[in-house]
Ligand binder design. Structure first.
Ligand code: HEC
Length: 133
């Protein structure tokens, strides 16, 4: 009886915990810290994710321009209309599992939206926010 209770509790914990890290994001958080970032903040990432800025093409953009308003749903590239899989790791298990891929898209997408590369601090905050989804 006791064992069953423990197992049930463990199952419940697993079911309610979203992926707050992957080996790839652990690696990146460590790298960003080595590059001078100090602690990562999901709230700051949330704000930055939704903030509009003038992108490389001179139009107002935010991360939601392509990834959509709901991270649990598909997004759509603002120009090509190509479907982008949901960003939330709770519904898309392939998210944030490859450090190289993450860095490649940060480079491209930060330029699209901010017309510059993101700092280590900004990237860590975005990741912290996204991992909780
Ligand atoms: C111009 C369209 C566009 C905008 C704007 C955009 N993204 Fe993306 N993003 C993509 C595409 C396309 C992919 C790659 C396809 C995929 O991963 O499903 C991607 C992938 C990513 C990935 C990789 C995810 C993974 O699983 O490895 C990250 C991280 C990311 N974007 C962050 C951002 C952030 C942060 C912003 C805002 C600064 C942003 N994106 C804005 C189009 C965009």
């Amino acid at each position: 009886m006791k064992l069953r209770k423990i197992l049930m509790t463990a199952g419940l914990l697993l079911a309610t915990t979203t992926a707050l890290a992957t080996p790839a994001t652990d690696e990146l958080f460590a790298r960003y810290k080595a590059e001078g970032a100090t602690g990562f903040d999901a709230g700051r990432g949330d704000k930055a994710w939704h903030k509009e800025s003038k992108g490389t093409e001179g139009q107002m953009m935010s991360c939601t321009s392509c990834h959509g308003p709901d991270l649990g749903k598909e997004g759509k590239h603002h120009k090509t209309n190509k479907v982008i899989g949901p960003m939330a790791p709770s519904v898309n298990k392939e998210r944030f599992t490859d450090a190289k891929k993450i860095e490649k898209w940060f480079k491209r997408n930060c330029n699209d939206v901010l017309a510059r590369e993101c700092t280590a601090q900004e990237k860590g905050d975005y990741l912290k926010f996204l991992l909780g989804k």
